[in-house]
Design a protein around this ligand. Structure first.
Ligand code: MG
Ligand code: ZN
Length: 214
């Protein structure tokens, strides 16, 4: 019984997500769904990304959080259109929430929309929002065992940003093992080690995004 309910929710979501996707195609908006744990560095990455791309791309951001508009305020400080969605307890964004968030944006004026999902390694991976690609960010402080423990998120993502690599000397994080586990779970995953503190690796991420949102 329970299983059936969950499946129906996911099926209903797929319908709305494909409507969002059709709208993005019609308006020529490239959409990324950015996922990761709380504290992985999603908002900080977005601040750098917005600064780097805002002169050449018309960027907008949707911020998903359970409560507060703190992240949206940080992004809006970079003078781009920003919408905050508060899920009021739900630990992920779904197609319907993103659809309501879109009401706050003029899609005709946007080339690239980045949606920061709620900090969570589990269910954001299950819910389509109409995005072109899912991107996962993980911090090396979270440990190198995550690909095998939370395989779905690694499977559905196109890019994996491995953040805070400047902290590697202080941590017991086996990068080689992590890479090999992540690729075991998803052989097509593009892995980009980065540090939002030193800026290392960020150019590769910007390039990936620029190639798709031109
Ligand atoms: Mg955030
Ligand atoms: Zn959830």
């Amino acid at each position: 019984m329970e299983i059936k309910v969950v499946r129906n929710i996911l099926e209903a979501n797929e319908v709305i997500a494909s409507q969002n996707s059709a709208l993005f195609a019609e308006k020529g908006v490239y959409v990324v769904n950015l996922m990761g744990s709380p504290g992985a560095g999603k908002t900080t990455l977005l601040e750098h990304t917005v600064e780097h791309l805002k002169d050449t791309r018309k960027i907008a951001v949707i911020e998903g959080d359970i409560e507060t508009s703190r992240d949206a305020e940080r992004i809006a400080g970079h003078a781009i259109p920003t919408v905050q969605i508060n899920t009021g307890g739900a630990c992920h964004l779904d197609g319907n929430m993103v659809r309501s968030g879109l009401k706050g944006l003029d899609l005709d004026q946007i080339d690239l929309l980045i949606v920061e999902n709620v900090g969570n390694l589990v269910c954001p991976a299950e819910f389509q929002i109409g995005e072109h690609h899912k991107v996962m960010i993980i911090s090396v402080t979270e440990g190198d065992d995550k690909p095998l423990k939370y395989p779905l998120m690694f499977q559905v993502s196109s890019v994996l940003l491995v953040n805070k690599i400047d902290l590697l000397p202080y941590l017991d994080f086996d990068m080689k093992q992590f890479h090999s586990d992540a690729l075991k779970v998803n052989p097509k995953l593009e892995i980009i080690p980065i540090s939002c503190t030193t800026g290392e690796g960020l150019d590769a991420w910007y390039r990936w995004l620029e190639e798709r949102s031109s």
